[in-house]
Write a protein that binds this ligand. Structure first.
Ligand code: GTQ
Ligand code: FE2
Length: 369
């Protein structure tokens, strides 16, 4: 809003529930403005719509473009103290240029050159990494070195110290997901620098956290719980892939397990609660068989999808995009969403659903628009 524009919109005199214009009314409206007051009767349509009308827009970012731009950033922009990360955020076209993929979710491509370090810090924002291609970076979370490889989901729950180091001869790029916009809006952001020297340059295949926690259906008796964020710092592609394949194999054998015909899906879960991996972020992997489609669905809250493998089409409200490996899709609240697979199609998804479920504000509608 510009400074000359009144925050109080003079309603059409014949609009329902609006007063008749008069000099006194004009004076009243000026006083609203002077005293920083806004009456409900001029705003009700925007503030209390019959169903969600998000500012965020449906949008697709192309991985090929992101990667090319990240590479150029890798040539020109150092990574170190101050900037902290060579991460480039997706800015939703409906959110006024803010670096927000959706009103609650940050999504960024992060890029590290060979033998580069991203310095240690911690913050209250919850984070994860998802790897669509490449390897060679370890993310070190509270001293635990976690390898990053294609298809892996890596967690950095809030307030854990973390840095990343590339121990290979190749650059690596990956997707970061955080609840930065939500934490910003809530005024709950805290941040602290860690030690300047990366203490742990170890490159183990498996982190301590995985060795302790990542055994199917088994939890260590030594550990108390429940805890709000998953203690499993890495969800490996081999397990995710096997779980999705098994669902589709079971379907072929006439057994239950798929979400819908030709559509397998798993949710990454916190073994201490059975709930989501992070308090504010849900993460899932979906597999849609070639030529199958998901059931059209809209829900409260927003999500970001990344194509992991294959090609397909996504329909969002009235718009449609063809997507391929790495492409990222922002799905605003309450916009009907359908995926159709052109080849076998794997998709990673993250959303803010835990926020709405936790507040008993979640709604879902399935079926045709
Ligand atoms: O890697 O620690 O994309 O702190 C944004 C903020 C990544 C990170 C982001 C961060 C990080
Ligand atoms: Fe961070």
């Amino acid at each position: 809003m510009t400074s000359t524009e009144s925050p109080v919109r003079l309603a059409m005199p014949d609009a329902p529930g609006q007063p008749t214009p008069s000099p006194d009314l004009a004076r009243l409206y000026r006083d609203f403005e002077n005293e920083l007051l806004v009456p409900l009767w001029t705003e009700i349509g925007d503030l209390m719509p019959t169903s969600p009308r998000p500012d965020a827009a449906a949008h697709v970012w192309r991985w090929a473009r992101l990667l090319e731009i990240a590479r150029r950033s890798g040539d020109l922009v150092p990574v170190g103290r101050g900037g902290e990360r060579r991460a480039i955020a997706l800015a939703n076209p409906g959110l006024g240029g803010m670096p927000y993929a959706t009103p609650t979710l940050w999504a960024a491509i992060q890029y590290l050159n060979p033998h580069e370090d991203a310095p240690v810090h911690r913050h209250t924002q919850h984070a994860f990494r998802f790897v669509v291609e490449g390897e060679g970076v370890w993310t070190v979370v509270d001293g635990d070195a976690v390898a990053m490889r294609r298809g892996d989901l890596l967690l950095t729950p809030g307030w854990r110290f973390h840095g990343h180091h590339n121990q290979s001869e190749e650059p690596m790029a990956w997707l970061d997901g955080l609840d930065i916009p939500f934490v910003h809006a809530m005024g709950s952001a805290f941040f602290e620098l860690g030690p300047d020297v990366v203490a742990n340059r170890a490159t183990p295949a498996r982190s301590y956290a995985e060795r302790l926690w990542a055994h199917p259906g088994l939890r260590p008796v030594s550990q108390s719980g429940p805890v709000a964020s998953s203690p499993v710092m890495a969800y490996r592609w081999e397990h995710t892939d096997a779980a999705l394949s098994a669902q589709l194999d079971l379907e072929a054998e006439g057994q239950p397990g798929v979400v819908a015909p030709g559509h397998a899906a798993v949710r990454f879960s916190n073994p201490t609660t059975g709930g989501d991996v992070l308090p504010t972020i849900r993460a899932e992997m979906h597999r849609v068989r070639s030529r199958a489609a998901t059931v059209t669905r809209r829900e409260v809250g927003s999500s970001v999808w990344q194509v992991f493998d294959g090609t397909g089409r996504v329909r969002l409200g009235g718009r449609e995009w063809r997507v391929e490996r790495g492409d990222l899709v922002a799905v605003p609240s309450w916009v009907p969403f359908t995926v159709t697979a052109e080849s076998d199609l794997d998709l990673f998804r993250f959303s803010d659903t835990p926020i709405f479920e936790g507040l008993h504000a979640h709604r879902v509608q399935e079926g045709d628009e």
